[in-house]
Design a protein around this ligand. Structure first.
Ligand code: FAD
Length: 303
Protein backbone atom coordinates (compact mmCIF):
# COMPACT_ATOMS: atom_id res chain seq x y z
CA UNK A 1 0.00 0.00 0.00
CA UNK A 2 0.90 3.65 -0.25
CA UNK A 3 1.68 5.72 2.82
CA UNK A 4 0.06 8.76 1.22
CA UNK A 5 -2.21 8.62 -1.83
CA UNK A 6 -3.19 11.98 -3.28
CA UNK A 7 -6.34 12.20 -5.42
CA UNK A 8 -6.16 15.22 -7.74
CA UNK A 9 -3.15 16.77 -9.46
CA UNK A 10 -3.74 20.52 -9.34
CA UNK A 11 -1.64 22.92 -7.23
CA UNK A 12 -3.02 21.42 -3.98
CA UNK A 13 -2.35 17.81 -4.99
CA UNK A 14 1.10 18.49 -6.44
CA UNK A 15 2.11 20.36 -3.31
CA UNK A 16 0.73 17.62 -1.03
CA UNK A 17 2.53 14.89 -2.98
CA UNK A 18 5.86 16.72 -2.94
CA UNK A 19 5.63 17.48 0.78
CA UNK A 20 4.75 13.83 1.50
CA UNK A 21 7.47 12.38 -0.74
CA UNK A 22 10.08 14.60 0.92
CA UNK A 23 9.43 12.65 4.13
CA UNK A 24 10.75 9.56 2.35
CA UNK A 25 7.37 7.80 2.43
CA UNK A 26 5.61 5.93 -0.38
CA UNK A 27 3.54 8.49 -2.23
CA UNK A 28 1.18 8.18 -5.17
CA UNK A 29 -0.91 10.73 -7.03
CA UNK A 30 -3.96 10.02 -9.18
CA UNK A 31 -5.05 12.84 -11.47
CA UNK A 32 -7.56 13.09 -14.21
CA UNK A 33 -5.72 16.12 -15.62
CA UNK A 34 -2.39 17.07 -14.06
CA UNK A 35 -2.27 20.81 -13.36
CA UNK A 36 -6.02 21.13 -12.84
CA UNK A 37 -7.63 24.51 -13.38
CA UNK A 38 -4.22 26.06 -13.90
CA UNK A 39 -4.26 24.58 -17.41
CA UNK A 40 -7.18 26.88 -18.26
CA UNK A 41 -5.54 30.06 -17.00
CA UNK A 42 -3.82 32.48 -19.28
CA UNK A 43 -1.76 34.99 -17.32
CA UNK A 44 -0.99 34.45 -13.65
CA UNK A 45 0.31 37.52 -11.82
CA UNK A 46 -0.42 36.65 -8.18
CA UNK A 47 1.72 33.58 -7.67
CA UNK A 48 3.98 35.37 -5.26
CA UNK A 49 7.68 35.66 -6.24
CA UNK A 50 6.82 34.90 -9.88
CA UNK A 51 5.80 38.22 -11.43
CA UNK A 52 4.15 36.64 -14.46
CA UNK A 53 3.61 33.14 -15.69
CA UNK A 54 1.09 31.28 -17.80
CA UNK A 55 -1.12 28.38 -16.78
CA UNK A 56 0.26 25.64 -19.01
CA UNK A 57 3.80 26.63 -18.01
CA UNK A 58 3.00 26.45 -14.30
CA UNK A 59 1.16 23.14 -14.81
CA UNK A 60 4.26 21.70 -16.52
CA UNK A 61 6.51 22.89 -13.66
CA UNK A 62 4.21 21.29 -11.10
CA UNK A 63 4.59 17.95 -12.83
CA UNK A 64 8.32 18.36 -13.33
CA UNK A 65 8.77 19.14 -9.64
CA UNK A 66 6.69 16.10 -8.61
CA UNK A 67 8.78 13.89 -10.90
CA UNK A 68 11.94 14.82 -8.97
CA UNK A 69 10.75 12.73 -6.03
CA UNK A 70 9.88 9.33 -7.40
CA UNK A 71 6.19 9.91 -6.79
CA UNK A 72 3.99 7.30 -8.46
CA UNK A 73 2.06 9.51 -10.92
CA UNK A 74 -1.14 8.03 -12.38
CA UNK A 75 -2.54 10.42 -14.98
CA UNK A 76 -5.84 10.33 -16.88
CA UNK A 77 -7.41 8.32 -14.05
CA UNK A 78 -10.58 9.23 -12.21
CA UNK A 79 -11.39 8.15 -8.68
CA UNK A 80 -15.00 7.02 -8.19
CA UNK A 81 -15.21 5.60 -4.65
CA UNK A 82 -13.54 6.01 -1.28
CA UNK A 83 -13.87 3.50 1.54
CA UNK A 84 -12.15 3.38 4.89
CA UNK A 85 -11.31 -0.13 6.06
CA UNK A 86 -8.00 -0.95 7.80
CA UNK A 87 -6.49 1.05 5.00
CA UNK A 88 -8.22 3.67 2.87
CA UNK A 89 -9.32 2.33 -0.50
CA UNK A 90 -9.74 4.41 -3.62
CA UNK A 91 -11.47 2.76 -6.54
CA UNK A 92 -10.77 4.17 -9.99
CA UNK A 93 -13.18 4.28 -12.89
CA UNK A 94 -11.06 1.66 -14.67
CA UNK A 95 -11.86 -0.76 -11.82
CA UNK A 96 -8.46 -0.70 -10.09
CA UNK A 97 -8.48 -0.35 -6.29
CA UNK A 98 -5.59 1.54 -4.69
CA UNK A 99 -4.85 1.15 -0.97
CA UNK A 100 -3.13 3.63 1.27
CA UNK A 101 -2.53 4.36 4.95
CA UNK A 102 -3.65 7.95 4.37
CA UNK A 103 -5.39 9.74 1.52
CA UNK A 104 -5.35 13.42 0.56
CA UNK A 105 -8.32 14.57 -1.52
CA UNK A 106 -7.53 17.52 -3.78
CA UNK A 107 -10.03 17.20 -6.60
CA UNK A 108 -10.57 20.95 -6.93
CA UNK A 109 -13.59 22.75 -8.26
CA UNK A 110 -15.03 24.24 -11.41
CA UNK A 111 -16.75 27.54 -12.09
CA UNK A 112 -20.38 27.15 -13.03
CA UNK A 113 -20.80 28.37 -16.60
CA UNK A 114 -23.64 30.49 -17.93
CA UNK A 115 -23.87 28.37 -21.04
CA UNK A 116 -24.71 31.25 -23.37
CA UNK A 117 -23.21 32.01 -26.80
CA UNK A 118 -19.93 33.91 -26.54
CA UNK A 119 -19.00 32.64 -23.08
CA UNK A 120 -16.66 29.86 -24.14
CA UNK A 121 -15.53 31.73 -27.25
CA UNK A 122 -14.36 34.79 -25.30
CA UNK A 123 -12.96 33.02 -22.24
CA UNK A 124 -9.74 34.88 -21.36
CA UNK A 125 -10.72 37.43 -24.04
CA UNK A 126 -12.97 39.43 -21.77
CA UNK A 127 -14.90 36.63 -20.09
CA UNK A 128 -13.42 35.97 -16.65
CA UNK A 129 -14.31 34.11 -13.49
CA UNK A 130 -11.84 35.29 -10.88
CA UNK A 131 -11.82 38.97 -9.85
CA UNK A 132 -8.70 38.53 -7.66
CA UNK A 133 -6.87 37.15 -10.66
CA UNK A 134 -8.13 39.15 -13.63
CA UNK A 135 -9.60 42.32 -12.09
CA UNK A 136 -6.52 44.47 -12.81
CA UNK A 137 -6.76 43.62 -16.53
CA UNK A 138 -9.95 45.71 -16.65
CA UNK A 139 -8.60 48.92 -15.13
CA UNK A 140 -10.56 51.88 -16.48
CA UNK A 141 -12.99 49.66 -18.42
CA UNK A 142 -16.69 48.88 -18.16
CA UNK A 143 -17.42 45.40 -16.88
CA UNK A 144 -20.45 43.36 -15.91
CA UNK A 145 -20.71 40.87 -13.09
CA UNK A 146 -23.28 38.15 -13.70
CA UNK A 147 -24.74 36.92 -10.43
CA UNK A 148 -25.96 38.84 -7.41
CA UNK A 149 -25.09 36.41 -4.62
CA UNK A 150 -22.31 37.07 -2.14
CA UNK A 151 -19.52 36.21 -4.57
CA UNK A 152 -21.04 38.35 -7.34
CA UNK A 153 -21.55 41.40 -5.14
CA UNK A 154 -18.10 40.99 -3.54
CA UNK A 155 -16.63 40.79 -7.04
CA UNK A 156 -18.52 43.94 -8.07
CA UNK A 157 -17.28 45.90 -5.04
CA UNK A 158 -13.73 44.69 -5.69
CA UNK A 159 -13.91 45.52 -9.42
CA UNK A 160 -15.42 48.95 -8.80
CA UNK A 161 -12.05 49.92 -7.32
CA UNK A 162 -10.26 49.38 -10.64
CA UNK A 163 -12.87 49.42 -13.41
CA UNK A 164 -14.56 52.58 -14.70
CA UNK A 165 -18.02 51.10 -14.22
CA UNK A 166 -19.50 47.84 -12.98
CA UNK A 167 -22.96 46.56 -13.88
CA UNK A 168 -24.36 43.68 -11.83
CA UNK A 169 -26.86 41.48 -13.65
CA UNK A 170 -29.11 39.34 -11.46
CA UNK A 171 -31.59 36.79 -12.82
CA UNK A 172 -33.99 37.01 -9.87
CA UNK A 173 -36.00 40.03 -8.76
CA UNK A 174 -33.72 40.51 -5.71
CA UNK A 175 -30.01 40.22 -5.00
CA UNK A 176 -29.23 37.29 -2.72
CA UNK A 177 -26.07 38.81 -1.23
CA UNK A 178 -25.89 39.79 2.47
CA UNK A 179 -27.39 43.22 3.06
CA UNK A 180 -24.10 44.73 4.30
CA UNK A 181 -22.56 43.86 0.93
CA UNK A 182 -25.54 45.27 -0.95
CA UNK A 183 -25.33 48.50 1.06
CA UNK A 184 -21.64 48.80 0.30
CA UNK A 185 -22.30 48.17 -3.41
CA UNK A 186 -25.07 50.75 -3.51
CA UNK A 187 -22.82 53.34 -1.83
CA UNK A 188 -20.36 53.20 -4.74
CA UNK A 189 -20.76 55.83 -7.46
CA UNK A 190 -19.70 53.64 -10.39
CA UNK A 191 -21.99 50.63 -10.02
CA UNK A 192 -25.42 49.75 -11.44
CA UNK A 193 -27.62 46.80 -10.51
CA UNK A 194 -30.04 45.30 -13.03
CA UNK A 195 -32.46 42.70 -11.67
CA UNK A 196 -34.65 40.24 -13.57
CA UNK A 197 -31.95 40.03 -16.21
CA UNK A 198 -31.45 36.80 -18.10
CA UNK A 199 -28.15 36.88 -19.95
CA UNK A 200 -28.65 35.83 -23.53
CA UNK A 201 -25.31 36.36 -25.21
CA UNK A 202 -21.84 37.77 -24.72
CA UNK A 203 -20.95 39.62 -27.89
CA UNK A 204 -17.65 40.52 -29.52
CA UNK A 205 -15.38 40.02 -32.49
CA UNK A 206 -11.88 39.16 -31.30
CA UNK A 207 -12.74 40.06 -27.70
CA UNK A 208 -15.81 40.98 -25.67
CA UNK A 209 -17.62 44.18 -26.71
CA UNK A 210 -20.95 43.75 -24.95
CA UNK A 211 -23.61 41.69 -23.29
CA UNK A 212 -27.23 41.08 -24.31
CA UNK A 213 -29.87 40.18 -21.74
CA UNK A 214 -33.61 39.72 -21.68
CA UNK A 215 -35.50 41.89 -19.22
CA UNK A 216 -37.67 39.17 -17.67
CA UNK A 217 -40.39 41.66 -16.74
CA UNK A 218 -40.91 43.26 -20.13
CA UNK A 219 -39.56 40.40 -22.24
CA UNK A 220 -37.44 42.94 -24.11
CA UNK A 221 -33.84 42.25 -25.15
CA UNK A 222 -31.29 44.87 -24.08
CA UNK A 223 -27.65 45.35 -24.94
CA UNK A 224 -24.85 46.96 -22.93
CA UNK A 225 -21.51 47.87 -24.46
CA UNK A 226 -18.64 46.79 -22.23
CA UNK A 227 -15.23 45.13 -22.27
CA UNK A 228 -15.44 42.46 -19.62
CA UNK A 229 -17.87 39.96 -18.10
CA UNK A 230 -17.20 38.24 -14.77
CA UNK A 231 -19.35 35.16 -14.32
CA UNK A 232 -20.09 34.64 -10.61
CA UNK A 233 -22.83 32.05 -10.45
CA UNK A 234 -21.05 29.55 -8.28
CA UNK A 235 -17.96 27.43 -7.81
CA UNK A 236 -18.79 23.73 -7.74
CA UNK A 237 -16.43 21.39 -5.86
CA UNK A 238 -15.57 18.10 -7.60
CA UNK A 239 -16.77 16.00 -4.67
CA UNK A 240 -20.00 14.34 -5.90
CA UNK A 241 -18.23 10.99 -6.06
CA UNK A 242 -17.69 11.10 -2.28
CA UNK A 243 -21.44 11.34 -1.55
CA UNK A 244 -22.01 10.79 2.19
CA UNK A 245 -18.73 9.05 2.95
CA UNK A 246 -17.46 12.16 4.75
CA UNK A 247 -18.73 15.50 5.99
CA UNK A 248 -19.34 18.09 3.31
CA UNK A 249 -20.96 21.53 3.50
CA UNK A 250 -24.30 22.33 1.90
CA UNK A 251 -22.29 23.47 -1.13
CA UNK A 252 -20.49 20.12 -1.31
CA UNK A 253 -17.18 21.36 0.04
CA UNK A 254 -15.20 18.88 2.15
CA UNK A 255 -14.98 20.03 5.76
CA UNK A 256 -11.42 19.99 7.13
CA UNK A 257 -9.79 20.90 10.42
CA UNK A 258 -6.64 22.99 10.76
CA UNK A 259 -4.44 19.97 9.95
CA UNK A 260 -6.42 19.38 6.77
CA UNK A 261 -8.13 16.28 8.23
CA UNK A 262 -11.67 15.40 7.16
CA UNK A 263 -14.35 13.68 9.27
CA UNK A 264 -12.66 10.32 8.43
CA UNK A 265 -9.45 9.79 10.42
CA UNK A 266 -6.55 9.34 8.02
CA UNK A 267 -8.36 11.06 5.15
CA UNK A 268 -7.23 14.61 4.50
CA UNK A 269 -8.25 17.22 1.93
CA UNK A 270 -6.80 20.40 0.47
CA UNK A 271 -7.46 23.16 -2.03
CA UNK A 272 -10.63 24.24 -3.83
CA UNK A 273 -12.55 21.04 -2.96
CA UNK A 274 -12.55 22.02 0.73
CA UNK A 275 -14.34 24.64 2.79
CA UNK A 276 -11.30 26.96 2.64
CA UNK A 277 -12.35 30.59 2.71
CA UNK A 278 -10.65 31.57 -0.56
CA UNK A 279 -9.76 29.66 -3.70
CA UNK A 280 -6.40 30.57 -5.20
CA UNK A 281 -3.29 28.79 -6.45
CA UNK A 282 -1.07 29.91 -3.59
CA UNK A 283 -3.73 29.06 -1.02
CA UNK A 284 -4.27 25.58 -2.52
CA UNK A 285 -0.55 24.90 -2.42
CA UNK A 286 -0.37 25.97 1.22
CA UNK A 287 -3.27 23.76 2.19
CA UNK A 288 -1.74 20.85 0.22
CA UNK A 289 1.41 21.22 2.30
CA UNK A 290 -0.67 21.35 5.49
CA UNK A 291 -2.58 18.19 4.54
CA UNK A 292 0.66 16.31 3.75
CA UNK A 293 2.23 17.28 7.06
CA UNK A 294 -1.05 16.42 8.77
CA UNK A 295 -1.07 12.99 7.09
CA UNK A 296 2.55 12.36 8.08
CA UNK A 297 1.81 13.33 11.66
CA UNK A 298 -1.23 11.04 11.67
CA UNK A 299 0.86 8.15 10.33
CA UNK A 300 3.60 8.38 12.93
CA UNK A 301 0.99 8.45 15.70
CA UNK A 302 -1.08 5.58 14.36
CA UNK A 303 1.42 2.92 13.34
P1 FAD B 1 -7.74 22.10 -9.30
O1 FAD B 1 -6.77 23.02 -9.92
O2 FAD B 1 -9.17 22.19 -9.67
O3 FAD B 1 -7.23 20.61 -9.56
C1 FAD B 1 -8.04 19.49 -9.31
C2 FAD B 1 -7.34 18.22 -9.75
O4 FAD B 1 -8.16 17.09 -9.41
C3 FAD B 1 -7.12 18.10 -11.26
O5 FAD B 1 -5.92 17.39 -11.48
C4 FAD B 1 -8.32 17.26 -11.71
O6 FAD B 1 -8.12 16.62 -12.94
C5 FAD B 1 -8.38 16.28 -10.57
N1 FAD B 1 -9.64 15.57 -10.35
C6 FAD B 1 -10.90 16.07 -10.18
N2 FAD B 1 -11.77 15.07 -9.92
C7 FAD B 1 -11.05 13.92 -9.91
C8 FAD B 1 -11.37 12.54 -9.68
N3 FAD B 1 -12.61 12.12 -9.39
N4 FAD B 1 -10.35 11.62 -9.77
C9 FAD B 1 -9.08 12.01 -10.04
N5 FAD B 1 -8.72 13.29 -10.24
C10 FAD B 1 -9.70 14.23 -10.19
N6 FAD B 1 -5.81 31.37 -9.03
C11 FAD B 1 -4.79 32.21 -8.78
O7 FAD B 1 -4.20 32.17 -7.71
N7 FAD B 1 -4.37 33.10 -9.74
C12 FAD B 1 -4.94 33.19 -10.98
O8 FAD B 1 -4.55 34.03 -11.81
C13 FAD B 1 -6.03 32.30 -11.26
N8 FAD B 1 -6.69 32.37 -12.45
C14 FAD B 1 -7.69 31.47 -12.72
C15 FAD B 1 -8.28 31.49 -13.99
C16 FAD B 1 -9.23 30.56 -14.32
C17 FAD B 1 -9.84 30.59 -15.70
C18 FAD B 1 -9.64 29.58 -13.35
C19 FAD B 1 -10.67 28.54 -13.72
C20 FAD B 1 -9.08 29.57 -12.08
C21 FAD B 1 -8.10 30.52 -11.74
N9 FAD B 1 -7.49 30.53 -10.48
C22 FAD B 1 -6.44 31.39 -10.24
C23 FAD B 1 -7.91 29.61 -9.41
C24 FAD B 1 -6.92 28.44 -9.28
O9 FAD B 1 -6.71 27.88 -10.57
C25 FAD B 1 -7.46 27.41 -8.31
O10 FAD B 1 -7.69 28.00 -7.04
C26 FAD B 1 -6.48 26.24 -8.13
O11 FAD B 1 -6.17 25.63 -9.36
C27 FAD B 1 -7.07 25.19 -7.18
O12 FAD B 1 -6.17 24.12 -7.07
P2 FAD B 1 -6.65 22.68 -6.62
O13 FAD B 1 -5.43 21.84 -6.71
O14 FAD B 1 -7.37 22.77 -5.35
O15 FAD B 1 -7.74 22.21 -7.69
Amino acid sequence: PYDVLVVGGGPAGASAAIYAARKGIRTGIVAERFGGQVNDTLGIENFISVKYTEGPKLAASLEEHAKEYGIDIMKSQRAKRLEKKDLVEIELENGAVLKSKTVILSTGARWRNLGVPGEAEFKNKGVAYCPHCDGPLFAGKHVAVVGGGNSGVEAAIDLAGVAAHVTVLEFMSELKADSVLQDRLNSLPNTTVIKNAQVKEITGTTKVDGITYTDRESGEDKHIELQGVFVQIGLVPNTDWLADTLERTRMGEIVVDNHGMTSIPGVFAAGDCTNSAYKQIIISMGSGATAALGAFDYMIRNQ
